[in-house]
Design a protein around this ligand. Structure first.
Ligand SMILES: Nc1ncnc2c1ncn2[C@@H]1O[C@H](COP(=O)(O)OP(=O)(O)OP(=O)(O)O)[C@@H](O)[C@H]1O
Ligand SMILES: [Mg+2]
Length: 340
């Protein structure tokens, strides 16, 4: 079903990011953009007081960005979404739904009655065995997002997982179909493996960039603001301040990378092939200086920053802001590009 004209909001732990693109012929043009700090503790929070704070934040973001319509697409945080590739033995087309249901029921960490699920066919091998991607989200969480948006005066037209939005962005902007995608956020790092343009594996790693800042606070007795500044200026550069900043943050990044390598191993066993050896980095926290070089040295992969803006026409007066925050809007852009 074709989606109506809509804009997008990415609900992040650190900030809410809004993007509105409009399609002209075959190209997309940026019409509205904005971001606002997420009020603390309000994301995925069912308490009335927190809900109200989040609704107010959404309202101001929408008002400041001056989006001309109410239809909106949003992404659910990856850590709240369950996704898994299922292997379905040869069955008739009519039996596929049942087969998926029983397998999903077995793998889900919560009752199947409590989730909203969806699946897509990835491949069929010559013996008739199918690989299917099942994605499930708690109904309660979907309802929470719908409530927040409606209370902010908006009309939700699509809700999907962050990872699917990111993959759509990368495919469209960079014509890349095979990659290990790492989305660096404030509180988590989400990993996805894309093969032939389809999602084959995803996991949310509960370590994000805020822990890098905290590592600097602890190591050098800095204020949080000062540590944040050092993180953004020096990052993982080994040539700066004798590599001291890098060394203090390294254990945190290595924790993330250990999980990434586990994900890669899991993929190898489940899918039976080597994953693509390109890492695409998204999320604002991917702006950490020298992060791609560090990942290349540890993983042995090529690593590059996602550039979701590449094919999008951006007005001159904001081109500089946009280019500086390039990978930060990957989710929101992917949601705008969703057409069905
Ligand atoms: N230039 C930069 N260099 C390094 N880190 C940065 C830079 N700019 C922002 N960050 C870090 O990025 C994080 C915020 O990233 P982002 O906005 O993508 O998170 P989020 O989407 O709100 O959070 P999440 O995805 O965890 O819900 C913060 O930890 C911040 O310190
Ligand atoms: Mg994010």
């Amino acid at each position: 079903m074709a989606l109506p004209l809509h804009f997008a909001i990415d609900f992040g732990m650190h900030s809410l990011k809004l993007v509105n693109l409009s399609k002209k012929g075959n190209s997309w043009e940026l019409k509205n953009i904005g971001s606002i700090q997420t009020p603390p503790e309000t994301l995925n929070n069912y308490k009335e007081e927190q809900k109200t704070l989040l609704v107010e934040a959404v309202k101001s973001l929408v008002a400041e960005s001056k989006v001309p319509y109410k239809e909106v697409a949003v992404a659910l945080p990856e850590n709240a979404v369950f996704s898994r590739v299922l292997t379905i033995p040869k069955v008739s087309d009519a039996e596929v739904t049942d087969a998926v249901y029983w397998q999903l029921k077995q793998f889900l960490p919560y009752p199947i009655e409590d989730v909203q699920s969806d699946f897509t066919a990835l491949s069929v091998d010559p013996s008739g065995q199918r690989k299917m991607l099942a994605v499930a989200a708690p109904k309660k969480l979907v309802e929470l997002y719908v409530e927040i948006l409606e209370r902010a005066g908006l009309v939700p037209v699509a809700i999907e997982s962050e990872t699917l939005s990111i993959l759509r962005s990368i495919k469209y902007a960079q014509e890349i179909k095979d990659a290990v995608v790492l989305d660096f956020g404030a509180n988590s790092t989400d990993m996805a493996i894309m093969k032939d343009g389809e999602l084959f594996f995803s996991q949310s790693i509960a370590t994000g960039s805020d822990l890098l800042t905290k590592a600097l606070v602890n190591e050098f007795q800095l204020s949080y603001a000062q540590a944040e500044e050092y993180k953004r200026i020096y990052g993982m550069r080994s040539d700066a301040v004798d590599g001291k900043i890098r060394n203090a943050m390294k254990p945190v990044l290595d924790m993330i990378l250990t999980e990434v390598m586990r994900g890669i191993e899991f993929y190898k066993t489940e899918v039976g092939t080597l994953p693509p050896n390109l890492a695409m980095l998204s999320g604002e926290a991917a702006l950490l200086p020298a992060l791609p070089e560090y990942l290349e040295s540890v993983l042995g992969y090529d690593a590059q920053l996602a550039d979701p803006w590449r094919p999008i026409v951006v007005p001159n007066n904001i081109a500089e802001i946009v280019s500086k925050s390039s990978p930060a809007f990957t989710v929101a852009i992917g949601l705008c590009l969703k057409e069905e």
